[in-house]
Design a protein around this ligand. Structure first.
Ligand code: NOJ
Length: 724
């Protein structure tokens, strides 16, 4: 019997209430009413937020042994950048420009999840984000559809393996369909207006890539898009996602997304919300409170929802359970979990991922790397210097905290025996406004005024006594992520005052940033010789940062987002279309350049590289053909290092305005001093085609195209290609 036949045979035996149960998912968390009874009665098909194998087995026993049909539960969890071993946040992983590494990281995360009894990760988050005010920019791969697509596919391959049901892997659930990242003002959950062309050419490609990689689930988005909640959009879910993209897995709503249609003043009541969500194409409802989908039996009886539509949703959920092998092996081996969660190879991978995600933003006169032992007394100062939570970042629930290496600890371990390391936070970082999500992780206690004064003074004393200062500034994890949008990009809290006081000591300083978004550091750059962007680097983050600061590893990450000079430039991204004036010189504002502080793709190294003028194997792209552009990259410095060679394209004229530049390919290479490598990129019709709004289809405009090869969106080596 195929999985579909097996599911249908089961559906034929199910009551309406059991069907509604299969498509209902609930949070099993201590601060909500227990779900045991509902599981035992077959009123829930899936639980989320249970990371503990023993509890998973308990719930599973209720489902398998007590519910009438014994259908096992599917367990989902936010495994976004690791479970026990925490990898850099997804924006940091994207900065590695290394899809192979990202795939490995997510495979390790999947192994830990699956060993814990989790079957499904609500990941990857593949929302394109072009506004760093939006807190959730940290969860995705940044602003670019091509990089976003590469990262989306890599994460699906890593999480899920070659097919659903691969041992040691989980179902991947790309989210949030669709356009969530376009939040105006960067305000989380805000209604989004997007043209069809933006949807197709910018926001959809990462989902297409994820689906091509086999993603078994998709999560619909919260906000309203073009005047309709995404969760209720049949045109998005049924027509675009299933019809056009051919997605054949199951769609889950975001938490309470179904009920929210009432709060959004779209559905009149809970029952209508349930009907509209199911009819639009959601197959499962994720809910924090009572499930609106519990109303489905009465909706079917009243003729408001055809039973066949409910059956279709149940079938998709059951097929996922069957493919995951849950009917044969519903339980998890609790002993195995401990072994997999302790896996040293995962820690090693987390360190490698953190190292490869580091972006050296600024390095005047080779201020970095530092020489170990050159300074006898090193002060590591800042609110993020020794904070475990802020080293790990958001979407972390069961990390190994004792094992987490903060920047301060990483430096102390690196300098053991050669220098004395002191650590002072100086100031405390706290949200000005609560998120409303405190039940998931209560905020830390605020310092009293006296404590704050004493801590600040202690940091200044430590700075004065040091020969070298490493400042670790940025934003706390509670200031990044969901419901953590920012109206300003300046360093939050009293960090600028701390920076001033530390710089006033006239001691040598380098700056490490921990943050989930680009911050406004334009005024700081002239004052510090070096800035290393570390994102939230995860379990081994501090080791990675210390190794980079002291030259054991050479930073080679690149920015997956354009880094603005100030919040006033936002939204800003490199792939804008031309205006009627040549605006790249930066004449769009009267009071500031319109160029960013750092371009998309920017990132320095301790060594230097030369790119040879690129060559095309043929000047004309024939219909159905392909051309190859190649260049040679040489390490002309004295240290081994990495460069990311990037290809950008631009269409000179055509049937639509196209971006002035678009990334189409990249390759990260590691080269020893003097070593060189040929890098080749293939360009075919698909590379240069786009979705045209007037003709409502994907097409390729013939004519002349510019190609640039380089090491950021400012790439200068130019070629011309004609499309016949
Ligand atoms: C809400 C978030 O939007 C979504 O990304 C997440 O997976 C769910 N909550 C579950 O935690």
């Amino acid at each position: 019997m195929t999985a579909v036949e097996q599911a249908r045979a089961l559906i034929a035996r199910m009551t309406l209430a059991e069907k509604a149960g299969q498509v209902s998912q609930a949070f099993a968390v201590p601060f909500l009413p227990p779900v045991d009874q509902a599981v035992a009665e077959g009123r829930l098909g899936s639980l989320l937020f249970v990371p503990d194998p023993a509890r998973i087995n308990q719930y599973q026993r209720l489902a398998v042994e007590q519910s009438r049909l014994g259908i096992p539960l599917l367990f989902g969890f936010d495994v976004i950048h690791g479970l026990r071993t925490i990898f850099p946040v997804p924006l940091g992983l994207a900065a590695s420009f290394d899809p192979g590494l990202v795939e490995q990281a997510q495979a390790a995360a999947a192994a830990e999840a699956r060993a814990s009894g989790i079957h499904w990760a609500f990941a990857p988050m593949v929302d394109i984000a072009r506004d760093p005010r939006w807190g959730r920019i940290v969860e995705g791969a940044g602003e670019d559809p091509h990089l976003g697509s590469e990262m989306a596919a890599a994460q699906v391959r890593g999480l899920q393996g070659a097919a659903i049901g691969t041992p040691g892997r989980v179902i991947a659930g790309p989210k949030h369909f669709l356009g969530y990242g376009a939040a105006p003002g960067g305000r989380d959950y805000e209604p989004v207006s997007l043209s069809d062309a933006e949807i197709r050419n910018v926001y959809l490609p990462p989902f297409e890539a994820a689906i091509r990689a086999g993603a078994g689930n998709i999560m619909s988005a919260y906000m309203d898009i073009n005047q309709q909640p995404a969760v209720a959009s049949k045109s998005l879910l049924d027509d675009l996602l299933r019809g056009e993209l051919g997605f054949d897995g199951f769609v889950v709503s975001d938490a309470n997304g179904v009920q929210n249609q009432v709060a959004q003043h779209f559905a009149a009541d809970e029952a209508e919300a349930a009907a509209r969500a199911l009819l639009a194409g959601n197959d499962m409802e994720m809910a924090l409170g009572p499930n609106a989908f519990a109303r489905l039996p009465e909706l079917v009886e009243q003729g408001r929802v055809p039973e066949a539509v409910l059956d279709r949703a149940v079938e998709r959920v059951l097929v996922a359970k069957i493919r995951m092998g849950l009917f044969d092996h519903p339980y998890v081996d609790e002993g195995e979990a401990a072994r997999v969660l302790a896996e040293p190879a995962h820690r090693q991978l987390a360190q490698q991922a953190a190292e490869r995600s580091l972006v050296l933003l600024h390095n005047r006169e080779g201020a970095l790397p530092l020489t170990p032992g050159a300074a006898r007394r090193v002060a590591v100062i800042g609110p993020l210097a020794d904070s475990v939570a802020d080293t790990l970042g958001p979407w972390v629930f069961v990390p190994d905290k004792a094992e987490t290496v903060t920047v301060a600890r990483g430096i102390a371990e690196r300098l053991a025996g050669v220098a004395e390391v002191t650590v002072e936070p100086g100031v405390q970082l706290r949200r000005a406004i609560a998120s409303g999500l405190e039940a998931f992780g209560p905020p830390q206690r605020a310092w009293t005024d006296a404590e704050a004064e004493a801590r600040f003074a202690a940091a200044v004393t430590a700075a004065r006594a040091a020969d070298q200062i490493v400042l670790v500034l940025g934003e706390a994890q509670s200031q990044s992520g969901e419901r953590a949008s920012a109206s300003d990009l300046k360093l939050p809290g009293e960090q600028l005052a701390l920076l001033d006081a530390v710089l006033a000591t006239a001691k040598p300083v380098v700056l490490v940033l921990l943050a989930g978004r680009p911050l406004d550091i334009g005024a700081i750059l002239p004052r510090v010789p070096a800035v290393l962007m570390a994102w939230y680097p995860g379990t081994r983050g501090g080791t990675a940062v210390a190794r980079a600061l002291f030259g054991d590893v050479n930073p080679g990450g690149k920015l997956p987002v354009t880094w603005p000079r100030s919040v006033g430039q936002v939204p800003i991204h490199y792939a804008r279309s031309h205006t009627h004036t040549p605006d790249r010189a930066g004449s769009l504002y009267h009071d500031a350049p319109s160029t960013p502080l750092f371009s998309f793709g920017h990132g320095l190294s301790y060594t230097s590289f030369r790119l040879d003028p690129p060559v095309l194997d043929q000047p004309v792209l024939a219909p159905g053909g392909a051309v190859t552009v190649s260049t040679r990259v040489t390490n002309i410095g004295t240290l081994t290092g990495d460069e990311v060679v990037q290809l950008y394209v631009h269409q000179r004229a055509g049937r639509a305005m196209r971006p002035a530049r678009e990334l189409k390919a990249f390759q990260r290479v590691t080269l020893a001093p003097g070593e060189s490598r040929e890098v080749r990129f293939c360009i075919d019709g698909e590379t240069l085609s786009y979705w045209n709004a007037s003709e409502r289809r994907t097409l390729l405009d013939p004519g002349r195209f510019d190609l640039w090869i380089g090491t950021s969106a400012e790439a200068e080596l130019h070629l011309e290609l004609t499309v016949a």
